[in-house]
Design a protein around this ligand. Structure first.
Ligand SMILES: C[S@@+](CC[C@H](N)C(=O)[O-])C[C@H]1O[C@@H](n2cnc3c(N)ncnc32)[C@H](O)[C@@H]1O
Length: 276
């Protein structure tokens, strides 16, 4: 029967899956459970098509050879779930505003959004801090670094234009405060907030981190679950080493550090602190 082909299914063999999965694990520490196999391989197949490779076997070989940086970037981008939005997990952001911000120094506050994706988190933090401590203060005293393994999301973050799901959950007062409307349901982050944020590519697996000055607060949300427990420990301990004494680590509310060998002290759901 010449049936209709369902785009959501794909023929691949276990060996191809294992090779690509192993490469992703070694390169970025991303772990894919077997129930995500099909969806991962569909995304890999799109990359294969773009790079005109005959099959997924050829894709695996190209990755293993390590001679095509563009292809590697495309694979990492396709594999990582970049889903993020402004004002995500408000409970943690409210805690940041009410309990952490008042404790931060008056000058030279440094915040890191590790695994920043398209920058929504970094800009949300900038807007909350400016709203709370005053725009003049934030312009002079606040620096936010957003990093991600994917260059494509970093490029989006630098542009600072968003629509749809990115801004759907933004409280209306912040939509006015933080953005200029541009075109159809698109919003550009106001220049003053863009100036507080810098975006760079960084693989969290490459420890120790290359920062000269430690951070007061590090947001590391919705990324640790890509890593196995040993890698999670390595990442949060490397973050600890680039955090000021008395500084904070904010993980996602669904990501507990319980059971990991770490020096971070739990404070609240999803909030940890380095002792003074
Ligand atoms: C789901 S998004 C999280 C964005 C934001 N932190 C949030 O909570 O909304 C996960 C991001 O982690 C990034 N990522 C995955 N593995 C990484 C690694 N080894 N180093 C740095 N970033 C990584 C992905 O590219 C993706 O943009």
């Amino acid at each position: 029967m010449g049936g209709v082909q369902t785009p959501a299914t794909l023929d691949f063999n276990e060996a191809e899956y294992q090779r690509i999965n192993t490469w992703l694990r070694n390169r970025s520490g991303m772990i894919f459970l077997d129930n995500k196999k099909e969806s991962l391989m569909l995304r890999m197949d799109k990359v294969r098509e773009t790079y005109l490779l005959p099959d997924l076997n050829a894709l695996a070989t190209a990755l293993e050879k390590g001679q095509n940086a563009d292809l590697e970037t495309a694979v990492i981008h396709a594999a990582s779930t970049n889903h993020t939005y402004f004002f995500r997990e408000l409970s943690v952001l409210n805690y940041f505003q009410a309990s952490i911000l008042p404790e931060l120094p008056i000058t030279n506050v440094r915040i890191w959004s590790a695994a920043a994706s398209t920058g929504d988190e970094a800009y949300s933090i900038a807007m909350i801090a400016a709203q709370t401590r005053g725009l003049d203060w934030a312009k002079k005293q606040l620096a936010i670094l957003g990093t991600d393994i994917s260059e494509l999301v970093i490029a989006h973050a630098e542009k600072g234009i968003y629509g749809g799901l990115h801004v759907d959950k933004t409280p209306p007062e912040y939509l006015d405060y933080g953005f200029d409307p541009v075109g159809m349901n698109q919003y550009r982050v106001k220049q003053q907030f863009q100036q507080m944020c810098t975006f760079r590519r960084l693989n969290l697996k490459n420890t120790p981190y290359p920062f000269k000055r430690p951070f007061h607060v590090v947001f590391c949300r919705n990324v640790l679950y890509y890593f196995d427990r040993a890698q999670q420990t390595e990442v949060i301990e490397a973050i600890y080493n680039v955090t000021e004494p008395g500084g904070w680590l904010i993980t996602s509310v669904t990501m507990s550090l319980r059971g990991l060998q770490t020096r971070w002290q739990p404070v609240e759901v999803g909030v940890y602190r380095k002792p003074l």
